[in-house]
Design a protein around this ligand. Structure first.
Ligand code: FAD
Length: 452
């Protein structure tokens, strides 16, 4: 048997445990060169935004450290994927490349380009079920969540996760220094809130999952819609970067109380990946073609007020400030702020998607585009066009004492509870748009678009 090395190309699977591609590479008995490629060109995956780059730096540093403990290292290379990998293959005489398959258009394009020049071994691991396995009776993709969820429930239970391979023979090759990639902000260093909020890396993600499964999941079914309680897992960046596998998340909650509700959210993640896989134009095109000529407004001042959390609506402003400060926002609040941008302000959803892309540590093409198109009403299984979240009522329902908005908008601290979601009633400034008027304007525009 040849002892030519193989490459394990790490992408959004920055872990050693429950990693089918790594395990398969280890089982060949060949020396392994672990590789990560930063491709900031237009080709391939969309380049991560600022907050994601910060997270990525931490996660790569931890993966490299884990590999060093196993007497190896992580080879870092920068450039277009196909050329960069081909060069490494030549340098080390690699026989094959092992990878976790991607479902995004860019990720798939990278795999296709590589397969033209190399023996590419592709493995699952990023999803609970492969998108091809979950099909409608006619053999097509699902476009509605509930039947998709049902179809997933009829699938085989996801296999139990496996530990990291015991025997890894790692070898190295020249590569970049992580610090030279400039993934961390310097001037200015805006990442203080991110450092306080997150521990990137596999060990941190596993600890978060274990803590959630031990305790918070029990209240998940009742509490996960409340931004004022710490009721969700906050595993989204760990799942996006693959520091944990979805199977690990699925099995960790087992039959715990709240486990079924949590698993349902994992299936939403599957659904978003399924949609993007089958409809690769989603990042740029509305799923519902009617929306192509929607009369979106251009309003720089309103967009800026939204980005900065200065709309005058406490729940919207609190969410946008939580996002800026910590790189994360509660799901309920994501829905409200997104609805506010596209419906109250009539600003195109892609502006919001781009802002989220740059500021979220969990920015994920499938989930972000899926979330935005869903809220805008132009996505698959989207919210009906006449559902326009009322930011005041949403605040009163999901943050009844105002604890969440007071935390992120300090000016609200002394406002009586009764007015905390309508501070203008207690002498505060009027919001940038009046809810009732904005609602009427949105309904008129949306009704004209939703002719069918
Ligand atoms: P939990 O409630 O603990 O859920 C567990 C996991 O399930 C999450 O980590 C996530 O992987 C998955 N999940 C939960 N809800 C959803 C959902 N609605 N759609 C898809 N997957 C879901 N999620 C991202 O991971 N990245 C994004 O870029 C992103 N952008 C969004 C944009 C908008 C406009 C909206 C409405 C939602 C977006 N979401 C996104 C989905 C959701 O808000 C986050 O996944 C969730 O808030 C993450 O917090 P958590 O890990 O505590 O979630």
């Amino acid at each position: 048997m040849s002892d030519r090395p193989v490459i394990v190309w790490f992408r959004q699977d920055l872990r050693l445990s429950d990693h089918p591609a790594l395990r398969a590479a280890a089982e060949t008995g060949r020396p392994i060169v672990p590789l990560y490629v930063l491709d900031e060109t237009e080709a391939g995956e969309r380049t991560p935004g600022g907050a994601s780059k910060w997270y990525l730096h931490g996660s790569l540093a931890k993966l490299a450290a884990s590999l060093r403990r196993r007497h190896g290292g992580l080879v870092l290379r920068r450039g277009p994927v196909a050329e960069t990998v081909a060069r490494l293959v030549q340098e080390i005489g690699a026989e094959a490349i092992f990878l976790t398959r991607a479902y995004t258009p860019g990720g798939i394009a990278d795999e296709t380009a590589l397969a033209k020049q190399l023996d590419v071994k592709r493995y699952g691991g990023a999803l609970l079920w492969e998108p091809e396995a979950v099909e409608t009776k006619d053999g097509g993709p699902y476009k509605v969540f509930t039947p998709f969820h049902r179809a997933c429930q009829a699938q085989r239970e996801p296999a139990a996760p496996k530990p990291a391979p015991e025997n890894l023979t790692l070898i190295s090759a020249p590569g970049d220094d992580l610090d030279d990639w400039g993934l961390l902000p310097t001037r200015p260093d805006w990442a203080g809130g991110l450092r306080e909020s997150w521990t990137p890396g596999e060990a941190g993600a596993q600890a978060r999952l274990a803590a959630f499964a031990d305790c918070a999941v029990a209240d998940y079914a009742d509490g996960h819609d409340r931004p004022d309680v710490d009721g969700t897992s906050r595993l989204s960046p760990a799942l996006h970067f693959g520091e944990i596998s979805p199977r690990q998340a699925w099995h960790a909650v087992g039959d715990h109380r709240g486990g079924a509700a949590f698993r349902r959210e994992l299936v939403w993640r599957e659904f978003c990946a399924h949609l993007l896989f089958h409809f690769p134009d989603l990042p740029t095109q509305p799923f519902k073609a009617d929306f192509a000529d929607f009369p979106w407004r251009v309003d720089e001042a309103a967009l800026l007020a939204w980005q900065r959390g200065q709309t005058g609506y406490p729940l919207v402003d609190a969410g946008m400030r939580q996002l800026w400060e910590t790189g994360w926002m509660h799901n309920r609040v994501r829905m409200v702020v997104a609805s506010f941008l596209v419906k109250h302000l009539l600003i195109g959803w892609w502006h919001g998607e781009a802002w989220f892309w740059d500021t979220l540590v969990d920015a994920d093409l499938a989930n972000n585009v899926g979330g935005w198109q869903w809220v805008a009403g132009c996505g698959a299984d989207a919210a009906p066009y006449f559902r326009i979240f009322n930011p005041i009522l949403q605040g009163q329902k999901f943050d009844p004492d105002g604890a969440y908005v007071r935390r992120w908008v300090p000016a609200l601290r002394d406002i009586p509870d009764a007015h905390v979601h309508e501070p203008w009633k207690a002498g505060g400034a009027a919001p940038i748009v009046d809810h009732a008027a904005a609602r009427q304007r949105a309904l008129a525009a949306l009704k004209a678009t939703n002719r069918g």
